[in-house]
Design a protein. Structure first.
Length: 677
């Protein structure tokens, strides 16, 4: 028998309620996975339900694997056999493999990846009668994906509210969508978005197929139900067409993926679709302190359209969340990293420290300060700033300027921007280098010396450029020399020509500008010691640290991530950056009169990631597009100041006289030590 006494009363009720529709409102940190695991164990071991009749659906492979492991640990591997623990898409593929022939495909269909998809879209754009150069294939592909997730076919698109006859992109999308689907069908292929789209089509056109799966799965559980979209909602309806033994678990207060198509009304209106629904609230939080939960509860209560619940905890702490006021984004980064240095000095595990932010544009100052302080870190759900292509290009230039023998960096930039140097030319240089026992740089210099072709002239100019900047980086500041280099190689023009999307190109240009700002910060901090050599050594040192300790689930590194990426995670200490208007809530939501409630839910998610310490920050002034603009505190916390302690970190007013002197002394000692290092 499975002993349910280890569950709290609400969890136990959820585990024991098996028949009929059940809505489990599982608040942040309330142990929902544990509850679902025991529910499955209770059904099989205590009630004797056939495991083959149980279907549990989650959103990610990681969540599905965790459920597999927990159920196996509770029941044993043998007794869990036959249970279907799956993601929506894995279940969709299973259904299509068996029944896709009912809608005109063969069962041995191929699933196309993004590269295959883009090839068909590219082919479609070549055939369109409009000016194909005006259309970005990624944008067209994205539009097709959004239409499929909304359940709209190519034939239906033109007759929906999504179609604007005045928008050339919609006209192009309508043509390419038809072409794309015809090609997929001809190749007997589907794409990722087709999986759920075709399952719903199969169920709607063949109700007997939906009934077959509904009879097969007599007991259905759906995790993270607040994140379901329209197609997943229709799929669940089909799976419950012969019974109502449906248990959905979710938290409307954590519905933050509308941009992916998630529809919060699915969970808000669940009781309307399934009459006699039993609602069970899991309100006991096992993660955060009472002071953190108090703030979270008051913030989320300002949302009107939500299921009423109040999270509680037995973990009492005298420590309130903090709100630090910073002078600007650089100062914000500095005070956060100073605090992390103190955590590091105490010998605490850095994997328990998270820096959360609304937008990736907030990352460069933080990442730069982490590098300067030599604090190991990792970015979850994103790309490290210094690993982005354009930044790596410029670092390669700096490496070759400092050391022309750096062959790998030289090979990277030899044709950036284009100089007519292809693979065969490079092979020729490499062969000469090997034969003459010389560096690649010397081989290129020797081969191009008397080459009067355009390519030869380009290479001669390139070599002269490297030698010129080898001198300029000793006679100018790091930032001045780098800025001059970017201008001389016309790197911004190169970026513009490299990307179809003007938005992507603009983002890449902003990355380069942030790179310049990072060198500026380096110069400000190290003055005469801010040489090209020292800068490259700092970068390489941290990169080598990043490559170590690849094994293990959690490294001893500070975790950086967006608020969207943080959902489902927890950390002892959380820094929630940019608690200000136009960041949280985001300026686009304000400008477009968007869903402020979802932004508040995003704030709630951020707050509830913290277990022991929550430190929020806002900048009084932030540089945006080169201009310093005044900032205001976020509306989400401005009315709840009784639940946190605010400190102005732009002064020493929050410190005693002794603490102020110690802080100043430590700061200058650390600075002198870093210069000595």
């Amino acid at each position: 028998m499975i002993d349910l006494s280890a569950l709290n009363p609400e969890q136990r009720l959820a585990a024991e309620t098996v028949k009929g529709p059940v809505l489990i409102l599982a608040g942040a940190g309330s142990g929902k996975t544990r509850t679902l695991t025991y529910r499955i164990g209770h059904m099989i071991q205590n009630l004797g339900i056939n495991p083959k009749e149980i279907l549990a659906v989650s959103f990610t492979n990681k969540a599905s694997m965790e459920m597999h492991e927990r159920v196996a640990k509770l029941l044993g591997t043998r007794k869990k056999r036959g249970i279907t623990l799956s993601t929506f898409h894995s279940l969709g593929i299973r259904i299509l493999r068996e029944d896709i022939h009912h809608i005109g495909y063969n069962k041995d269909f191929t699933i196309y990846d993004q590269g295959d998809q883009m090839a068909i879209v590219r082919e479609g754009l070549k055939k369109i009668k409009l000016d194909k150069e005006a259309f970005d294939k990624k944008t067209i592909m994205s539009k097709i994906g959004r239409l499929k997730n909304a359940g709209i076919s190519a034939d239906e698109f033109k007759d929906t509210e999504f179609y604007d006859p005045e928008d050339p992109y919609d006209e192009a999308t309508e043509f390419v969508y038809h072409f794309y689907q015809d090609k997929l069908h001809f190749y007997n292929a589907v794409d990722f978005d087709d999986i759920l789209f075709l399952v719903v089509k199969l169920f709607q056109e063949n109700p007997q197929i939906a009934q077959k799966y509904s009879q097969k799965y007599q007991y259905i559980m759906i995790d993270e139900y607040q994140d379901t979209n329209g197609l997943q909602f229709e799929m669940v309806k089909g799976l419950t067409s012969t019974h109502s033994n449906i248990c959905v678990v979710g938290d409307d207060d954590q519905s933050i993926y509308a941009f992916r198509g998630a529809d919060i009304t699915n969970i808000l209106n669940f009781e309307k679709l399934y009459s006699q629904t039993k609602v069970i609230k899991l309100e006991q939080n096992y993660r955060s302190t009472d002071k953190i939960l108090n703030l979270a509860n008051f913030v989320i209560k300002d949302n009107k359209k939500r299921k009423e619940k109040t999270m509680r905890t037995s973990f009492s702490s005298p420590t309130k969340p903090m709100l630090w006021a910073a002078a600007n984004s650089d100062h914000e980064a500095q005070i956060v990293i100073d605090e992390i240095i103190e955590i590091q000095k105490q010998g605490k595990f850095l994997g328990d420290v998270a820096i959360l932010y609304r937008s990736n544009t907030q990352v460069p100052p933080i990442e730069d300060q982490l590098r300067l302080a030599q604090i190991p870190y990792t970015i979850i759900g994103g790309q490290k700033f210094y690993e982005k292509k354009e930044i790596k290009d410029l670092i390669a230039y700096l490496s070759v300027i400092f050391n022309p023998k750096d062959e790998l960096s030289l090979r990277r930039i030899l044709n950036i921007p284009q100089r007519g140097v292809g693979t065969q030319t490079l092979k020729k240089f490499l062969k000469l280098s090997e034969e003459k026992k010389m560096t690649l740089f010397e081989a290129i210099e020797l081969e191009s010396m008397y080459d009067e072709s355009k390519k030869g002239k380009n290479l001669q100019d390139f070599l002269a450029l490297i030698k010129k900047y080898n001198y300029l980086f000793t006679s100018m500041t790091l930032t001045q020399a780098l800025s001059a280099l970017i201008d001389e190689i016309n790197y911004f023009d190169f970026i513009a020509k490299s990307y179809d999307s003007t938005k992507v190109a603009a983002r890449k240009r902003d990355d380069v500008k942030n790179f310049l700002l990072s060198t500026d910060r380096f110069v400000d901090r190290f003055n005469e010691e801010a040489t090209l050599q020292n800068y490259l050594e700092r970068l390489l040192l941290v990169d080598n640290q990043d490559k170590q300790n690849d094994e293990g689930v959690m490294k001893n590194e500070v975790q950086l991530m967006t608020l969207h990426s943080s959902k489902g995670l927890e950390f002892d200490t959380c820094f929630l950056l940019g608690m200000e208007e136009e960041l949280l809530p985001h300026k686009n939501v304000i400008k477009e009169n968007g869903d402020i409630d979802e932004e508040r839910r995003l704030c709630y998610v951020g707050i509830t990631r913290a277990k022991r310490r929550l430190i929020m920050t806002y900048a009084k002034e932030r540089k945006i597009y080169g201009k310093s603009l005044k900032r205001n505190k976020s509306r989400f916390i401005i009315e709840h100041s009784q639940h946190f302690i605010e400190q102005d970190r732009n002064s020493f007013s929050h410190l005693s006289e002794e603490e102020e002197q110690a802080y100043k002394s430590n700061f200058f000692n650390d600075l002198l030590k870093s210069l000595e290092d």
